[in-house]
Each structure stands twice: as structure tokens, then as C-alpha cells.
Design a protein around this ligand. Sequence first.
Ligand SMILES: [Fe+2]
Ligand SMILES: [Fe+2]
Length: 358
Amino acid sequence: MVKSLPTPEPELLKEGVKAPVQETLLTPRFYTTDFDAVALMDISAHETELGAIVNELKADYNRHHFVRDEEFQQTWDSIDGEKRQAFIDFLERSCTSEFSGFLLFKELSRKLKNRNPMLSDAFNCMARDEARHAGFLNKAMADFNLSLDLGYLTKSRTYTFFPPEWIIYTVYLSEKIGYWRYIVMFRHLEAHPENQFYPLFRYFESWCQDENRHGDFFKALLRSQPSLFNNWKARLWVRFFLLTVFVTHTLTVFERVSFYESLGIDAREYNKRVIEETNNTSARAFPAILNTKHPEFFRRLEECSDSNLQLTEIDNTNRPKIVKILQKAPHLLSIMGHMVKLFMLKPIDAEATRAEVH
Ligand SMILES: [Fe+2]
Ligand SMILES: [Fe+2]
């Protein structure tokens, strides 16, 4: 069942500056890691491939891309009501996640400067790209008389510690899913230009190539560390991260059905396509991927989303806290149950098919 909840009105920090949305499991996270361990990584096995990607990053193909053209020079009051709220919500979420990438890459680049110059250069180029992406999205928010105070966000957000291996798995996945999210939306609007209600979407084609290059860098980094793919633990970890990324994607897409509808996109089809493509792409880096063709796969993901929408509905009532906790428990258990069942589905061995997909 696909249903949508109305997007709440934005809360303001001060005039024109939007308060960051409350942190939940579904909002983009900010990460920190063990910088010493990254500096000590032996990347010699894949140095040539990594060097080639760093040169591509340094070539900076998109240096003239993020310039706002004259189509932005108009008022956007015609985008109103639910469509306006849903679009601002999309911009904020995208801006926060781009900015989170910038902070992590910038810190990695700074900490590795004298210890691993090649990796430091790569992170510096990727931080440059993410800063552009976040800045471009923040300017789009300003067209709707709102912006995010990125300095405030830097200080106020909680940073989650992930060991380097988890950072490599999750950033690889978030870059590749980011690529597919942007390109699927771009291709849809290319075929249906009448739905392109704001010029930002026209920029996604070259933009997503940045994300693709970032993903390729993380793939090469991952493949330079055999312990990240040649053992049973790695196989379990990649299944876990694929699943959590796909569940989060499904929940956030179904929470914003009205945004996708405003672009003429079927949210369910979009979710499926992005997940299937990301899963297939991951076979180039990961030792195992999920079986998205299994009849239970998308059914269970969508049931997680139904429970999530119920949780939000309960949260939005004025009932006492204890009542809410009791009412939410079965939905939380249901999500966990579906996730365990999805995790147990037989995965696809990506190492066995590597010669074909590489
Ligand atoms: Fe980005
Ligand atoms: Fe990126």
C-alpha cells in the first residue's frame, strides 16, 4: 500500500534560516572514523588503479558545471502548498547528506596530508565536489526563502564513529545509490520535461558523474583490502549494509510520495529501480549482493514502510508517551522481523560472477 503523510511546515532557527530536522535513524548522518588506521592502510596492491581515479578527480570535469543560469532568475511562488514543503524537504535532506560527505572527506584529507598523500588528494577532490553539491542545493533552498546554516549544522550534529571498514562499505554504497537516485530522476525528467518544475534537476546528469567517480574510488580502496571481501565476515557485513541502506531508502521514498508524484514519478517504481541498480552495481565491489528478484524482497521492504508510516502517525498524535510506546512496539517488532527475514534470504555470490561484471 502506498500512502503519503503531509510534509510538516519548516521550523526556523532565525528569519530565513531553517532549523535542521530532528535527527532520527532516517536523517542523513555525520560520520567520523579512526584516521590513523586509514593513514596506515596498505593500498599498494591497487595503487595504479587508485592513482588513475585520483587523476580523474583532479581533472575536475565539473568545475564549470555548478553555475546557476538565467532560468533560476525568477520567483518560485507558483510552487506552493504540499508540493513546496515536499520539495524543500527533498532539498534539505540532499543538502545535509552532501554536506556530511564534505565534512568527512575534508577531515580525512587534512589528517592524511603528510602520511598518505595520494589518499589525501583524493579526499580533497571529493570534499571539493561535495561542497559544490551542498552549496548548490543550499542556493536552491534560498530561492524558497530558506537556507541551512551549515556552520551551525557542523557544530550541532552528533557524529557517529564508524571504523574505516564500515566507512568504506557505507560511503561506497551511498555514492552509488546517490548516482542512481540522481540519474533515474534525470532520465525520467528528460523523457517528461513537462514535469520539470525547477531547473535544479537539469544539473543531475553531470552531477551524478561526480558521485559515480567517488563510488569508483571507494571500490578501488575496498578491493585493495582483501580482508574486506575474502572472508565470511565480510560477506555478512556487506549484506547487512546493503539491507540497511535499502530499508532506509524505501522508508524515506515512501515518506515522500507527494514529492515524487509532483515530478510524475511513481514512488514504488522509483524505489525498486534505484535499489535493483545499486544492488547490481555493488557486485563489482562486494563479495555478495542481495537477491532483489526474490518474491519476498520488495514485499517485505514495503511492509517495513507501512509500519514506519504507522509509527509516524502515532508520533503525531497527542496521546500520552506510554500509550505511544505501547502502540509503536508491534510496528517496531514487525520492521525488525522483516529485516531479519530479508537478511536470511540466500544472497548472490558476486565473486563467482566477477569475471562477467567487472
Ligand atoms: Fe555529492
Ligand atoms: Fe559523492
